[in-house]
Design a protein. Structure first.
Length: 291
């Protein structure tokens, strides 16, 4: 759930890296601001399962808190000390997704999956011999990591007829998978489209969303061919290289609350309405495939 907080804690407790005085100073400064950001988000309640006139106001406040904290951590001296490989900056968006959807999801189920996920991708069976095969399934479950997911965690027991050997397996099944990017380019788009397609092969009703701060695509990209349900660019802005982002001439857009509100309402509507589908349902209508 607290992906960014865990990332920060790992850096604070690392036994070999981030031990120099400057790193310790920077981490301490970020820790103070992070604890406040986390508390403010936990104290702020909503939006919830049912629509309310206060939804927009709550999301405006959450986005204002995000912009304030993100602007602090994105300062040049922090960005240069903790580069993209450290995931310190990128994990902020992942944790924000938890605050954004927390009360909606808990209003549906207290045991729901919400947060970073090791989701079911495929299952195959690989026994070392036929004699072993009739004793136990020897199931191997392939999983795919998602930055953020809303769904269910599944516990499965498998056994062969006549055998007392039971295999326990646990995996996540996302109803909504959200990939979080600092910027979205064509290579990333192809990768997430493949992940979306794989997810929907096993869970056809799943929704797959990409959220990014900046966009790095040209008009020549045909978005219709990708298997993603929606792409949100929170800053409504094209990407620029990090070294130019700190020039005096560069104007960085804020994260816009109207984009975040659209993302939230899209997910809420999806999670709170029935997923009509299947052959029998389509036969009643006379057409089998619906969008």
């Amino acid at each position: 759930m607290f992906v960014h907080g865990n990332n920060l804690e790992q850096k604070e407790n690392h036994t070999t890296k981030y031990r120099d005085a400057e790193s310790r100073k920077y981490l301490a400064e970020i820790r103070v601001r992070y604890d406040k950001w986390k508390k403010d988000n936990e104290d702020l309640k909503g939006p919830f399962k049912y629509k309310s006139d206060s939804d927009s106001k709550i999301i405006k406040k959450r986005v204002a808190l995000l912009n304030e904290y993100k602007d602090f951590v994105d300062q040049q001296h922090y960005a240069e000390k903790f580069d993209s490989r450290s995931n310190l900056h990128s994990s902020i968006l992942e944790e924000f997704m938890y605050y954004l959807f927390r009360d909606l999801v808990l209003g549906i189920s207290k045991s729901a999956l919400i947060g970073k996920s090791h989701s079911f991708k495929d299952v195959f069976f690989r026994a070392p011999s036929y004699e072993a095969m009739v004793k136990a399934p020897h199931a191997l479950v392939e999983k795919k990591d998602h930055d953020f997911a809303i769904g269910a965690s599944v516990n499965a027991k498998m056994t062969c007829n006549g055998s007392g050997i039971i295999e326990d397996h646990t995996w996540d099944i996302p109803a909504v998978a959200i990939e979080c990017k600092t910027y979205l380019d064509k290579t990333m788009l192809q990768d997430v489209s493949t992940a979306a397609e794989q997810l929907k092969q096993k869970n056809p009703d799943a929704m797959y969303i990409v959220v990014a701060e900046w966009l790095k695509l040209t008009e020549s990209v045909n978005l219709k061919k990708y298997k993603i349900d929606q792409i949100y660019i929170f800053r409504k802005q094209k990407n620029t290289d990090r070294e130019f982002r700190y020039s005096n001439e560069y104007i960085k857009n804020p994260i816009y609350d109207d984009v975040v509100l659209h993302c939230f309402t899209t997910v809420r509507e999806f999670l709170t309405t029935d997923w009509a589908g299947g052959i029998a349902h389509g036969l009643e209508q006379g057409y089998l495939i619906t969008n």
